[in-house]
Design a protein around this ligand. Structure first.
Ligand code: GLC
Length: 418
């Protein structure tokens, strides 16, 4: 027995010495990653593929909260304290100005150069979104644009205007087991601003001009907020509409309880999955309804950044290059229906088979309404969140809210420019 044991030990030692046990012989570098939940499993698949291709790395996924505002604040608290808890993190398309200005993330230009990483095939708009003051601060991952989901067993032709949406939701109330007409993101958080900007865009309103001046006190904004208020008062939204973020909307639509839903493209994968959705056979998608100035959709999206204080910059780069590169984006497009920012994937038959509506996605992303690019975007957004909520909850009139937003945004800007 003893003899056998020592023989096994000797063989094991020999194998190690010869490097036949690479994982044991070599220490793995752990890459700590901060990202929200993903019910589709796409990110886990990407991580698995990455770990298989780079056995020297191990990814430790630390789950971020579902509300992007809460994850923003968690990240900022850690990054501002100079911590290196997260090596890489996903970054909303509206954060690069703030994060790079505050010194939270690493410029990736030297890595791009060192690897000859070609950005020509990425969406220029998203490359621009991660560029600030001449440097690149992250890699774009997926694009996002607001769209309308509807039940094809109840609605033949989707509404083309907000008024039509209200009429249809009222006319078909309760059909097909539904409990509500329309779900949208109306809780007091960034998603509300995204939804409101779609109304604002569709009524020709603006919030900030190209020079950064606040232009929010205009008729388009007044019409947009009036229409939003009409919608929440028309009986077509759930009573607790002001607690709805993306997940609450998705859950209700997938349970077969809503006729219409405003959401991002990523909901599609679960909506058509019979294991996750009661309505997998009856999902229609369309552009958002129009106001008197056409239809508008807000541009969203996420990329990947490297913590400026990471102890493993090279490993972090290898990871973001993989997750946001062609292979990672393809998995994300097929499994999670997330629109690629690596544009050749829009000609990929497997991506199109999983997402027939991606045929028009390239144009939608190009036409989308962008949120103001500013290091104080989060503060400006918070002002909109509070005042728009006040309108929807009947605590302020549209006129009062518009004047308040103008004053508060100008004050914030003045404070920042001091
Ligand atoms: C989506 C968008 C993001 C937006 C957020 C609002 O995640 O991609 O840009 O800020 O929704 O909830």
């Amino acid at each position: 027995m003893k003899k056998m044991l020592s023989m096994i030990l000797a063989v094991a030692c020999l194998m190690m010495a010869l490097g036949t046990f690479p994982a044991m012989a070599e220490e793995q570098t752990v890459i700590n990653l901060f990202y929200g939940t993903d019910s589709t499993g796409a990110l886990q698949q990407i991580i698995d593929a990455f770990e298989a291709a780079y056995p020297q790395y191990k990814v430790n996924w630390i789950e971020a909260p579902a509300s992007q505002d809460t994850s923003h604040d968690m990240l900022v608290t850690s990054l501002a304290a100079g911590e290196s808890v997260y090596d890489v993190f996903s970054c909303n398309v509206i954060w690069p100005a703030e994060f790079s200005q505050a010194g939270y993330c690493l410029a990736i230009d030297r890595f791009l150069e060192q690897d000859d990483f070609d950005l020509d095939d990425f969406s220029q708009g998203y490359v621009d979104a991660y560029t600030f003051q001449g440097k690149m601060w992250g890699l774009p991952w997926y694009g996002n644009v607001g769209m309308l989901y509807y039940r094809t067993d109840i609605i033949d032709t989707p509404p083309t205007t907000w008024d039509e949406l209200i009429e249809m939701a009222q006319a078909h109330a309760g059909e097909g087991g539904t409990k509500t007409g329309f779900v949208l993101q109306a809780a007091q958080y960034e998603g509300l601003v995204c939804n409101a900007l779609e109304f604002i865009g569709s009524y020709g309103g603006t919030v900030v001009d190209g020079d950064g001046n606040i232009t929010i006190n205009n008729d388009g904004v007044r019409k947009a907020l009036t229409k939003m208020k009409e919608i929440v008062d028309s009986g077509i939204v759930p009573e607790n509409f002001n607690s709805f973020m993306e997940n609450e909307c998705t859950n209700m639509f997938l349970a077969g309880e809503a006729i219409f839903m405003r959401n991002w493209p990523g909901t599609y994968a679960s909506a058509v999955d019979p294991e996750m959705s009661q309505v997998s056979e009856n999902v229609g998608v369309a552009v958002l309804p129009a106001g008197d100035a056409g239809s508008a959709a807000t541009l969203g999206g996420w990329g990947w950044m490297i913590n400026r204080n990471t102890e493993h910059p090279e490993a972090a780069w290898e990871f973001i290059k993989f997750v946001a590169g062609p292979e990672g984006q393809k998995i994300n497009a097929i499994v999670a229906s997330q629109p690629p920012t690596y544009m050749p994937l829009y000609d990929d038959p497997e991506v199109l088979a999983a997402n027939p509506h991606f045929a028009n996605m390239r144009e939608s992303l190009e036409a989308a309404f962008t949120r103001p690019v500013s290091p104080i975007y989060t503060a400006l957004s918070e002002i909109m969140q509070i005042n728009i909520s006040n309108v929807l909850l009947g605590q302020a009139t549209v006129d009062e809210a518009v004047v308040a937003m103008e004053e508060q945004m100008n004050a914030k800007l003045a404070e920042y420019n001091q």
